[in-house]
Write a protein that binds this ligand. Structure first.
Ligand code: NAG
Ligand code: NAG
Ligand code: NAG
Ligand code: NAG
Ligand code: NAG
Ligand code: NAG
Ligand code: NAG
Length: 797
């Protein structure tokens, strides 16, 4: 066995090596080795089982004599410069599992006939010949390959002809790549048999006929590309059955009809939805707002008309939005100000009217195209509008002002002609602003008054009845008893010192909820109940758990009974995702993908950062959470993170007895070091916990991991590894899988991953500095996280 993988070996393989006739494994992956493979290699090394030389500079043809290596299980020649025909005869190789020849210059004519000899390779799992110059048709023998095969890639070659029949036999196929060829004809309905397909890439061919209806039968599909073919007809509603779809590429066809609403119900659709360059018609439905986790949406070059729905503002994960060249009309909706992560926005060539909204100045845009619409009024001057090359507004005849280089008329001159209406508009404006101010003042007075009142009351009488939370306002002990099946173990989804949490269905309308029942025998429980009610009833943010109501009652024995009722988070807490082994007994995540990608982790971190920013900076009365840790980060069905458990929360400024109280100070490992020496709770304390959380998300190690002792802590552990050894401390499931490494032809994804992890680690370190004053602030945290999102967000299309 010889292995020299991942070194910088140069030159040629010494001929004497081929004299080692009993060699079984030969691996020279990722070096700089050149030269031809000897013609008689298979005769000299007849016992070879594994031969790996991907990522070198080998030249010449593939020796036919490999046909004599009857034990061969893996032949990996990817990413070299070998040429010619694949002439090996595989018929003796009953152990063949992996054949990888991608990224060479293979090709002459009728190049896929070698597959005929593989029909007895009953263990074949992976066959990758993509990115070569292979010519010819897909042989019918593909359908006779073992049904065990899971990955087939022919992409980026010169393959023509139609789909061979029999493809439906390969029922274990998970990944099928045919894009970038010249295939014609219809996409056969046999593909509907391939129930295990996760990734199907047929884009950039010349397929014709209607949109393949069988796509709806592929319920595990995670990524689908049919782009740039010649498909016609409507997108079927059954696309909604592909519930796991994370990216959907249908651009560049001749698809007609409306966009089916079912697409918007796909809650896993997080990466890309590209329907551009088709003939889709009709208004864009309000349901678009359900795509809360989608990062990139492209509807450009269709025939969509009507207003841009207000609900677009709910797509808060959008980073890229292109709606150019449609017939959208009406104003740019104000709700779009909620798209805080948007980087590129193109609304050009529509029929949009009204003014350019000022919120566009606040968004962190890097490009904006509003050309060829009917916009009017003043062009703003700050934010994106400061840089004339970053935005385009040409073809709107009634705009004024803006940067001088735009050459637009000054606004005052235009306005004078309609001064009358202008003046009245100003007056209305002033009245509006004043009344809003008055209302705001009234509200804040009311709020202060209420808080003062509650603070002076003894805590027991505090909660609930006065609470502004209504929808289920009258929840009794009896109904909770019933909803939890008498507090049955089966409904139990979590328990802590102060409480137990049950999942249940509340009778009147069958809503799924989480009920936290306080264990009032524990001294702190009542206090935590009061604090949590108080904290949550005044705040609303999409990254905080929503409390539906609370229940203060007595049980049937006459004991006090207190419970809090929240919206249910189907994906549990982050703790279970980061440390899955510990939660095997509650396997309630079968519906969720098991691997938490870096992209998802960054998104979760961003959600949490937004919530902290809101608590610290945007609430009327700043709130400290004081117990941030993975088990308090809850994930909804779209994997959006919500901070929960406000049982230890504090309002700022702290009351005297709070700042000196020794009480409970969060959780060991996550609580800031200064809390240990009796300092008062501060915003920086929450930042510290957040920093530790980030480092845990990268390394998969808890701050209390047994390797941390004798002065080494999680912060130091990560700091020492940065930047060169970062991949060594990165949690293994974050690294690329075997298949992804294969796909990653020029290592770009790996580099992006590494860069993303390093940047994320830097934030984690900056937030968990020993000295509170050195820790990062929330605005910078958010800014940096959005930047990482950009690095990490892969656009493989
Ligand atoms: C390899 O074997 C051949 C004959 O079998 C012999 O002539 C040659 O010298 C050997 N090469 C080395 C480097 O041992
Ligand atoms: C090698 O294989 C070919 C055909 O597959 C066969 O004709 C030849 O006899 C084999 N040679 C040896 C040395 O096994
Ligand atoms: C496959 O195996 C069958 C039965 O052993 C044999 O008849 C056939 O020739 C083999 N085909 C190939 C291409 O190896
Ligand atoms: C290949 O499969 C088809 C059915 O899909 C069958 O008719 C044919 O005989 C098979 N060929 C071989 C060589 O097994
Ligand atoms: C696809 O699903 C429909 C019903 O959902 C079923 O009638 C049909 O037979 C399926 N087709 C295939 C090829 O599995
Ligand atoms: C803006 O959109 C128009 C029309 O869609 C297009 O012609 C122009 O190239 C775009 N400008 C930029 C800078 O992308
Ligand atoms: C653009 O919208 C205006 C109303 O806002 C309408 O009168 C006009 O017909 C629309 N133009 C096109 C080309 O749709």
């Amino acid at each position: 066995m010889i292995g020299f993988g991942i070194n910088q070996l140069q030159g040629m393989i010494p001929p004497s090596l081929y004299n080692l006739t009993s060699l079984i494994v030969l691996s020279f992956s990722d070096n700089n080795i050149s030269g031809d493979l000897p013609k008689d290699i298979g005769l000299k090394l007849p016992n070879l089982e594994i031969f790996q030389i991907p990522g070198n500079k080998f030249t010449g043809t593939i020796p036919f004599s490999f046909s004599n290596c009857s034990n061969l299980a893996e032949l990996s020649l990817g990413e070299n410069s070998v040429i010619g025909k694949i002439s090996i005869n595989f018929s003796q190789m009953s152990n063949m599992r992996v054949l990888m020849l991608f990224g060479n210059n293979l090709g002459s004519s009728d190049d896929l006939r070698f597959i005929d000899s593989m029909i007895n390779c009953s263990k074949l799992e992976t066959l990758i010949v993509g990115s070569n110059k292979l010519r010819g048709v897909l042989p019918i023998s593909i359908g006779n390959l073992t049904s065990q095969i899971t990955l087939l890639s022919f992409e980026n070659n010169f393959i023509y002809g139609t789909f061979p029949s029999g493809i439906g036999n390969l029922v274990m196929l998970e990944q099928f790549f045919l894009r970038l060829n010249q295939l014609t004809g219809r996409i056969p309905s046999e593909l509907g048999n391939l129930q295990n397909l996760k990734r199907l890439y047929l884009g950039y061919n010349k397929f014709t006929g209607n949109f393949p209806y069988i796509i709806g039968n592929l319920s595990l599909l995670d990524s689908l590309s049919l782009s740039y073919n010649r498909l016609e007809g409507q997108i079927p509603q059954s696309i909604g059955n592909c519930r796991r779809l994370a990216s959907l590429y249908l651009s560049g066809n001749k698809l007609t009809g409306p966009i089916p609403k079912e697409i918007f119900q796909l809650s896993f659709l997080t990466t890309d939805l590209n329907l551009s360059h088709n003939h889709l018609v009709g208004p864009l439905p309000q349901e678009i707002g359900k795509l809360k986790s989608l990062a990139s949406l492209d509807l450009s070059q269709n025939r969509i008309f009507g207003p841009i729905p207000n609900a677009i503002g709910s797509c808060t994960s959008l980073e890229y939005l292109d709606m150019n060249t449609n017939s959208f009309q009406g104003p740019i909706p104000p709700t779009m100000s909620a798209l805080r992560g948007i980087r590129d926005l193109d609304l050009s060539s529509n029929n949009l009217s009204g003014q350019i909204p000022r919120f566009l100045e606040q968004l962190n845009l890097s490009s904006l195209n509003l050309s060829f619409n009917n916009l009017e009024g003043e062009v703003p001057m700050s934010g994106i509008f400061k840089n004339a090359s970053a935005f385009s507004i040409i073809g709107n005849s009634r705009l004024c002002g803006g940067l001088p280089e735009l050459g637009l008329p000054k606004c005052a001159m235009l306005e004078r002609s309609k001064e009358g209406s202008h003046v009245s508009r100003v007056i209305v404006g002033i009245i509006l602003v004043c009344s809003i101010l008055v209302i705001a003042i009234l509200f804040s007075l009311l709020f202060c008054w209420k808080r003062r009142k509650t603070q002076t009351l003894p805590t027991q009488t505090l909660p609930t009845q006065s609470s502004s939370i209504q929808s289920f306002s009258r929840v009794t002990y009896g109904s909770i008893l019933k909803a939890t099946n008498g507090f049955s173990e089966q409904n139990l989804i979590g328990s802590g010192n102060f409480s137990k949490v049950y999942k249940s269905i509340l009778e009147p309308d069958g809503a799924i909820i989480a009920i936290k029942v306080l264990n009032l025998e524990n001294q702190g429980a009542l206090k935590s109940f009061v604090v949590e009610c108080e904290a949550l009833k005044n705040i609303r943010h999409r990254n905080l758990v929503k409390i539906i109501t609370s229940c203060s009652s007595v049980d049937f024995q006459g004991n006090d009974f207190k419970a809090l009722i929240y919206e249910f988070m189907p994906n549990g807490n982050l703790e279970k995702w980061l440390h899955p082994s510990l939660s095997q007994e509650t396997e309630k995540q079968e519906d969720a993908p098991q691997r938490l990608s870096l992209h998802k982790r960054v998104t979760i971190a961003t959600n949490v950062a937004h919530a902290i920013h809101y608590l610290h900076q945007e609430c009327e009365v700043p709130i400290l959470h004081c117990d941030l840790k993975p088990s308090n980060i809850l994930l909804d069905s779209a994997m959006v993170a919500h901070i929960g458990d406000f049982g230890l929360a504090k309002f700022l400024p702290l009351k005297p007895h709070q700042s000196s109280s020794i009480g409970i100070r969060g959780t060991t490992g996550y609580a800031a070091p200064e809390y240990g020496v009796g300092n008062e709770m501060t915003k920086e304390g929450d930042i510290y916990s957040f920093g530790i959380l980030l480092l845990e998300m990268i390394t998969g190690r808890r701050p209390t991991d047994s390797i941390f002792h004798e002065g080494l802590n999680l912060h130091g552990f990560v700091k020492m590894a940065l930047p060169d050894r970062v991949m060594e401390i990165t949690e293994p499931t974050l690294l690329l899988t075997h298949e992804e490494l294969i796909e990653d032809k020029n290592g770009r994804n790996l580099k992006r991953l590494e860069e993303g992890v390093i940047s994320l680690a830097r934030i984690g370190l900056a937030c968990s500095m020993e000295s509170p004053r050195q820790r990062m602030n929330t605005s910078n945290m958010i800014h940096e996280l959005h930047r990482i999102n950009e690095i990490v967000h892969s656009k493989k299309g």
